[in-house]
Design a binder for this molecule. Structure first.
Ligand SMILES: NC(=O)c1ccc[n+]([C@@H]2O[C@H](COP(=O)([O-])OP(=O)(O)OC[C@H]3O[C@@H](n4cnc5c(N)ncnc54)[C@H](OP(=O)(O)O)[C@@H]3O)[C@@H](O)[C@H]2O)c1
Length: 278
């Protein structure tokens, strides 16, 4: 049985679907009872409620599992503690393999979400638990294709001229399923997962225009206009740091490792857009 945290989030549901499609038995850990049915609809064999900030709830939720996929809640003030809790609980429950979903270039120190993941990677290394770390790039799923085509606008809160790399979460899910099918082959590995596209905001709008046949233009917005209402200071600070960094440096990665793991070309943004448009 494979346990997965944050199972109904954007990353979680892609990984959960891929694990289930590959025939793995998955126990989804969800934040509240309202998410249990949703987790089962993505293919979870079992679904349990566990608040990741509560070590006691985590301990029970991991009982009987031979692997854990840990996904940290994004820009959460306690993301580091949550990751450390999950690793400690896995060790206590005798889980044999931890697949940690981290992020590309966790060493980018000014970014709070990267700092948190680096600290969790370090904790995992010190735990002596068998592990594989996946470091996904900026997700294609951050681009809401249907909405962009409907409104004719692709909005992003940093320079439209700064290039970023992307990865499709379906590819990330496929890699997670491959790793967990043969964990011994991927022991102690850290894999950067990056697709082949490197695009500016204007480039993304062009891809969406070509895929949909509808004119989509790019527009830069203020990060404060996209923050969730009542977000904690840590989260606000995290998003401001992220967009400031992207604005100046972008975020770039290399697709070789993903190509090797998939044994095919990674999904392109154009293919993702066509898939989203049905
Ligand atoms: N976006 C990107 O481009 C990108 C790229 C690389 C890595 N990442 C990383 O991927 C990770 C996942 O991001 P995501 O976009 O999938 O997140 P998401 O869609 O916001 O999902 C987060 C999940 O965590 C759950 N959660 C929050 N607090 C919890 C708690 N205390 N206990 C249990 N569950 C809790 C939420 O449940 P409820 O909704 O029910 O509260 C939700 O299901 C993040 O660490 C992010 O930094 C993101």
């Amino acid at each position: 049985m494979i346990a997965i945290t944050a199972a109904t989030g954007t990353t979680g549901r892609h990984v959960l679907r891929a694990l289930s499609a590959a025939g793995h038995d998955v126990r989804a850990l969800v934040h509240s009872g309202a998410r249990l049915e949703e987790a089962r609809s993505y293919g979870a064999r079992e679904a349990v409620v566990a608040d990741l900030t509560r070590p006691d709830e985590l301990a029970g939720a991991l009982e009987g599992c031979n692997a854990l996929v840990h996904i940290g809640p994004p820009m959460h003030p306690r993301e580091t503690t949550v990751g450390q809790n999950a690793i400690d609980a896995a060790k206590q429950a005798g889980v044999g393999h931890v697949l940690l979903m981290s992020v590309t270039q966790p060493q980018i120190e000014p970014l709070l979400n990267h700092q948190a993941k680096l600290a969790v990677e370090r904790h995992l290394l010190a735990s002596r638990l068998p592990f594989t770390i996946l470091q996904p790039m900026h997700y294609m799923q951050n681009v809401d294709v249907a909405d962009c085509v409907k409104t004719g606008v692709f909005r992003q809160p940093y320079s439209l001229d700064r290039p970023l790399s992307f990865v499709d979460l379906a590819d990330v899910g496929e890699v997670a399923a491959t790793v967990l099918a043969d964990p011994a082959r991927h022991l102690w590995a850290t894999y950067e997962l990056c697709g082949t596209d490197t695009l500016t905001g204007h480039g993304i709008a062009r891809v969406l225009t070509e895929a949909s046949g509808t004119e989509v233009r790019a527009e830069q917005i203020d990060v404060r206009d996209m923050l969730p209402q009542g977000a904690p200071d840590y989260t606000v600070d995290g998003f401001i740091r992220l967009t400031t960094h992207y604005d100046r440096y972008g975020l770039l990665g290399n697709p070789n490792v993903l190509r090797w793991l998939l044994d095919r070309e990674p999904t392109t943004l154009a293919q993702y857009a066509h898939r989203e448009l049905g």
